[in-house]
Structures are given as C-alpha cells and as structure tokens.
Design a protein around this ligand. Structure first.
Ligand code: OXD
Length: 315
C-alpha cells in the first residue's frame, strides 16, 4: 500500500514517523519529490492540505482522500478534484483541544479586559475596571460542529451566556440555538445578542464574506470578533471600518484572506487587532495518525471512511 503526502506545509517527516510506527506496511511518499519515481496510478491513499491544483487528479488509483485539515475549502477549489472519491475531514482530539484552548483563552482575554489593562500598564495607570458577570457576557459561536461543541462545552462551566448559530437547528444543553436567516431564532437575532462572536463556520459560497458591514452593524456596540475559521469569512475593509468607528471593540484573527498576511496590511499594526499566523490549532501527527490509520483500515475492509464531506454543502 502506498500513501502520497501532498501538503504545502512542511510536516511530512512527523507523519512519516507516526504512520511507519502504526502502519509499517504503508509506503510513505511525498509530493512532489517522490512523484517522478513512482507510478502515480499505484498510489492508494493521500493525506492533503491545500494541494496544488491537478495533483490529486494524477493519483488515479486513490481509494479516498484524507484531508489534513478540519476545513476542506482548500481542496474543493481545485476544479479537477476527483469528486467521485469520498473526502474525509480531519476530526482529531488534539485539533479540537487546541481550538478550544485558543477560544477559551481569547474569550477570557476580552471578558477580563486584558487589552485595556495592557494599555493601562503601558501608560503607568493603576485603575480597576468593572468586572462583568460571565452570566451577562453573551458569547455567540457560529458553527456548532465538533469544534464549536467542544469550545461551548468548556465555556459553559465558566457560566457564560452561550448561544450558537448554524444553518440548521442544533441542540446542545445550555446553549441557545439560533439557525437560518430570519425570525426570532435567526441570524439577526443571534448577532443582536452577541458580545463575543466566534466564527468556526466552514467556508462555503453561503458563508463567504459573512462578517461584513451589514452584519457587524447588528452586533451590540463594543462587541468583539474572534475568527478562527477562514479569512474568506471576513470582508477586511468592513471589519477595519467597524474597528475604526469604535462600533467593534476588538478583533482576534487567526486566518486571513491572503496567507501569509502581506507586509504592510493594516491588521499587522491596528491597535484593535490581535493576530496569530493560522495556528489556532494545528493537526498533530502524533495524535491524528490514529484517525488516518483507522480510516485506511476501514477502506481496506470495504467500509466508508469516517466524516465524509458533503460536496453539495461544501463541508
Ligand atoms: C483546519 C485548519 O482546517 O487548520 O484544520 O485550518
């Protein structure tokens, strides 16, 4: 059995070591270096993150496609993607845990006004700021999949006022569910009650640019945005305008329309922006290899891999 690792990120050696330990019968190859020396049609499996367009089409013997990321938008943009194959999203304990850490950390940063205290320290000011009861702090998570649920589950014991918004109704104890566009449980109502907005949505035609001027205006004054989904969810000029006008109290951004974020982009220096380089949570081979091996074993037994992407929905 052969697996071709196709990823712009340089983490092939971690995966080689983990897969060799857990599935020694699997030959591990890396795109593009190993491509010229193998019959590409003989490759059974692939592990991919943002593959170059056309690469997967060349692997004509693939049995399914394993995404290295939870989000698969970087795969679906390839017009030559072999769509007859099942694509499995990455669902991994450490990926979920990392995202939850990032969200909890940043929620508490804003909730406890740590940015304001940092500014006071820089100015040599000793001043207590009003402490807000978490039960009145309204957190809104867009997207209640595996990542959103875990973050909500870890925020609930801190007694935040939790809500979620998704395309279809979702049930989670302690979390008020909003869904769809209109009505008392729709998107506008969700935005109107949200002080800390967390975006965990998949990037699809329906969600691209969802963090735009019209929707930001529906948030209460002083609300903050935490985007750890995709840069394409945000209309950058609208977000910057909402920060500059003071309507938005801050933005924590892990993902960007162009990555790496170009030098000179306003986000680098804007006082209202805190940013990380798409590292809110990284798929770690030591933990996720188990999931990949399980999927390969399932496919070898003639079963479907876990967490297959719905191509129509885009996630
Ligand atoms: C992912 C990511 O989709 O890291 O997993 O962005």
């Amino acid at each position: 059995m052969k697996l071709m690792f196709v990823s712009e990120e340089d983490r092939a050696e971690d995966w080689r070591a983990e897969l060799a330990a857990q599935m020694p019968e699997l030959e591990f190859l890396v795109w593009p270096d190993d491509a010229p020396r193998v019959d590409l049609a003989s490759i059974d499996y692939t592990l991919v993150w943002k593959p170059p367009a056309g690469a997967l089409q060349k692997l004509s013997g693939l049995k399914y496609i394993q995404s290295l990321g939870a989000g698969v938008d970087g795969l679906l943009v390839d017009p030559t993607l072999p769509t007859h194959l099942a694509i499995s999203r990455m669902v991994d304990r450490s990926l979920i845990q990392g995202m939850t850490e990032y969200i909890v950390y940043n929620v508490i940063h804003y909730h406890r006004k740590m940015g304001a205290y940092a500014a006071q320290q820089a100015a040599g000011a000793w001043k207590a700021l009003r402490q807000v009861d978490p039960r009145t702090r309204r957190i809104g998570i867009m997207g209640l999949g595996e990542l959103g649920r875990d973050a909500a589950a870890k925020l609930l014991p801190l007694e935040f006022n939790m809500a979620s918004w998704s395309r279809t109704p979702k049930d989670m104890a302690g979390v008020t569910s909003f869904h769809g566009d209109a009505g008392p449980q729709g998107f506008d109502a969700f935005l109107g009650r949200t002080d800390i907005l967390i975006c965990l949505l998949p990037l699809t035609d329906a969600t691209r640019g969802i963090i735009n001027a019209a929707n930001l205006a529906k948030l209460p004054k002083g609300a903050v945005v935490i985007n750890c989904a995709r840069g394409g969810h945000v209309v950058d000029d609208d977000l910057l305008a909402a920060l500059d006008s003071g309507h938005l109290g801050g933005a924590c951004l892990d993902v960007f329309n162009t990555e790496p974020l170009p030098a000179g982009h306003s986000y680098w220096t804007h006082p209202g922006v805190r940013m990380t380089p798409h590292t809110a949570s990284l798929t770690a081979a030591h933990s996720a290899a188990e999931y990949v091996v399980e999927n390969i074993r399932r496919v070898e037994r003639g079963e479907a891999p876990l967490n297959i992407v719905d191509l129509e929905a885009g996630y």
